[in-house]
Ligand binder design. Structure first.
Ligand SMILES: Nc1c(NC[C@H](O)[C@H](O)[C@H](O)CO)[nH]c(=O)[nH]c1=O
Ligand SMILES: CC(=O)[C@@H](O)COP(=O)(O)O
Length: 175
């Protein structure tokens, strides 16, 4: 088990990066907490970032929504995916998790836009609590820090930075 998150960047960024979060609603107590932690961390790292949030029913729907968002003209500079699969009695959870993982990596490599993968597969609610709600292993905060690191890296290397349009959107609008 990893015991520490990557450190928070030492300086606050001022860039108007477009960041998109695609998060599933399934196991909502936990996925809402992932979204909240990711957003809070993103705002602490970069108060000027424009964050768009899209909520989908379950983890399995995350790749298609992500692919559709990255196919738009207004592409984000980085996309964060958040979800929680809790293993049941069958292999369904593992199959969904593996398919999501493979799809997201393929999407990132094909579009050359960083996709941060925090679609978690856990055994039980105790593991879920530690990763979604607790502070020490929080994967929402980890996602934000990884997104920031990739943005900085792509910027330093002069790679594509998506759009820098000023807006805050949420889909569905009451999410
Ligand atoms: N059991 C979990 C699911 N299952 C739902 C699927 O992700 C999908 O929405 C459904 O099969 C329709 O295509 N989703 C989670 O995110 N977490 C679970 O634990
Ligand atoms: C991960 C799932 O979709 C899960 O809820 C399915 O449970 P089960 O494997 O017991 O059918």
């Amino acid at each position: 088990m990893s015991t520490a998150l990557p450190p928070r960047p030492r300086h606050v960024s001022q860039s108007q990066s477009e960041i998109c979060i695609v998060a599933s609603n399934y196991n909502q107590e936990f996925t809402d907490a992932l979204v909240e932690n990711a957003c809070n961390e993103l705002k602490e790292i970069n108060p000027n970032a424009n964050i768009t949030i899209a909520r989908v029913p379950g983890a399995f729907e995350i790749p298609v929504a992500s692919a559709a968002l990255l196919a738009q003209d207004n592409k984000p500079s980085v996309l964060i995916t958040l979800g929680l699969i809790i293993r049941g009695k069958t292999q369904h959870g593992d199959l969904v998790a593996e398919s999501v993982t493979n799809s997201l990596q393929k999407l990132a490599c094909e579009t050359k836009i960083p996709v941060i993968h925090e679609v978690l597969l856990v055994d039980d609610e105790k593991q879920a609590y530690a990763r979604c709600i607790g502070s020490q292993l929080n994967r929402g905060r980890e996602a934000a820090r990884s997104a920031h690191t990739m943005l900085e890296l792509f910027s330093d290397l002069g790679l594509h930075q998506g759009n820098k349009k000023k807006s805050t959107r949420s889909y569905p609008s009451n999410a």
